[in-house]
Design a binder for this molecule. Structure first.
Ligand SMILES: NC(=O)c1ccc[n+]([C@@H]2O[C@H](COP(=O)([O-])OP(=O)(O)OC[C@H]3O[C@@H](n4cnc5c(N)ncnc54)[C@H](OP(=O)(O)O)[C@@H]3O)[C@@H](O)[C@H]2O)c1
Length: 421
């Protein structure tokens, strides 16, 4: 845990409510947590909105990554900076080119490692490299749909599939040039999911043209606008044969050693729903990146879900020889120093500002209390009832402006401002 070196502004409550997991399949509880002052390179954020992700279900019902309950839930946040810790050397060097964050800034992000930074609580204390400034004209509800899965595709496309995403994007990135790679067939299975939608948009921006999307028919029109060249419905019988026939008919070259579909992004990681059909499409030389965990049994009201964390171990013997299966682990992304310093602070907001990335559609989850909203969102995830949309809900019903006007005055008066990174 980071050392706290600054104190909390006096208006900020010393403790605050947080939604916590106490045991797998136990209902969410509210715990009271100490509000922590930001240490070097950190910010204290008043959380106003969050989004629920399937990881919340994997944790609440499956106990995935729950190491020391009660554990604060959530991995996304949107809110207002109320205090900043002193600059640390790393973050100030990496941030030298951008306008510094300040008290009062609206930010959003993905943070998952410790209780103090997880999103389902009214205050978080987290490093600034895990946050993005909210672009002008964008709502917080839109912002909280973005980070987890845009970061996921920016991390896994290069790392697990070898798809190059140079940053900053040069003007020729999506025209002529390295045509060979840009024309490879890339199959995005589960394209209507949040991961899939950001995957299509990222591939489009970096000039990958031959992207096949697999999703329910009702999403096809939208997915074509996001970057798919063609869409298939996974509910249709014989979908894998249809995809294969399409690619073979459309491929310009034949008879070489290349697999018909060299790259596959499995945005869902369901044993029966995605991996088994993909064993029919992947062949020698195909790389398959699978969102972990592999869901071997889906959650339900009556039964606990089951997961596998090694994608290479499931369906062993059913993949053709020479298929490379990799499990995606976005939580490792800060191990890449460039991604740590630039992904959330620079790349995510720039892609939104440039209009390259359209946030997921939002479904607002209502409830009278923090606990009720968290529980209602979890029920929707358990029922698998989110389709082409992100569940978003309020953490604190009041904004920082309503609650802490005195703290935010600092923003307008630089002579009284506390340490600013
Ligand atoms: N390990 C990692 O780094 C990492 C990172 C991000 C996400 N994930 C995991 O990836 C999974 C997806 O996350 P998400 O946030 O993108 O989920 P999501 O948006 O909540 O996914 C919902 C969508 O899944 C689609 N779907 C369900 N079963 C399908 C199937 N058999 N074939 C095709 N589409 C199917 C549905 O599509 P239709 O509407 O078309 O029916 C629905 O729109 C989750 O399990 C999550 O935990 C892992």
């Amino acid at each position: 845990m980071a050392t706290t070196t600054s104190s909390l502004p006096t208006e900020i409550p010393l403790t605050h409510p947080a939604v916590a997991i106490t045991a797998a399949r136990a209902p969410y509880s509210i715990i009271n947590r100490a509000t922590e002052a930001p240490g070097p390179g950190e910010a204290l954020v008043h959380v106003e909105w969050t989004s629920s992700t399937p990881l919340d279900l994997h944790q609440a019902d499956g106990g995935l990554l729950i190491t020391n309950p009660p554990q604060v839930a959530g991995s996304t946040f949107g809110g207002t900076i109320l205090a900043l810790g002193p600059a640390d050397d790393d973050s100030s060097t990496a941030a030298a080119h951008r306008e510094p964050l300040k008290v009062g800034d609206k930010v959003f992000g993905m943070a998952w490692r410790e209780d103090r930074e997880r999103g389902f609580q009214t205050f978080i204390t987290t490093p600034t490299y895990l946050m993005s400034r909210l672009p002008e004209g964008m709502t917080m509800q839109e912002g909280v749909t973005v980070s987890t899965n845009l970061v996921t595709v920016l991390h896994c496309l290069p790392r697990d599939l070898g798809v190059e995403l140079p940053w900053p994007v040069t003007s020729d990135a999506n025209v002529e040039g390295d045509k060979g790679d840009k024309e490879k067939w890339i199959l995005v299975w589960g394209a209507a999911s949040s991961v899939g939608q950001y995957g299509l948009q990222v591939l489009k921006h970096w000039g990958y043209r031959n992207v096949i999307a697999v999703a329910s028919k009702r999403h096809h029109e939208e997915l074509l606008t996001l970057g798919a060249k063609v869409c298939f419905d996974y509910g249709e019988k014989g979908v894998t044969e249809s995809i294969r026939d399409y690619v073979l008919a459309a491929a310009s070259s034949s008879g070489d050693e290349q697999p018909a579909i060299p790259l596959i992004l499995d945005c869902i990681g369901s044993l029966e729903g995605t991996l088994r059909p993909l064993t029919k499409l992947a062949e020698k030389g195909t790389k398959v990146a699978v969102m972990l965990p592999v869901i071997t049994k889906h959650a339900s009201e009556d039964e606990a879900p089951e997961y596998a964390m090694d994608a290479t171990e499931v369906l062993k013997g059913e993949w053709k020889d020479g298929v490379e299966v990799r499990g995606v682990r976005t939580h490792h992304y800060p191990q890449n120093e460039f991604m740590k310093n630039h992904c959330q602070p620079d790349i995510v907001p720039a892609l939104l500002e440039q209009g390259v990335i359209k946030p997921n559609k939002q479904r607002i989850v209502e409830g009278a209390t923090l606990l009720e909203r968290a529980t209602n969102a979890l029920r929707i995830l358990r029922a698998g009832a989110q389709s082409g949309e992100k569940l978003v809900w309020r953490i604190d019903e009041k904004s920082a402006e309503e609650l802490f006007p005195g703290v935010l005055v600092l923003k307008a008066d630089p002579t009284t401002a506390e340490t600013i990174i």
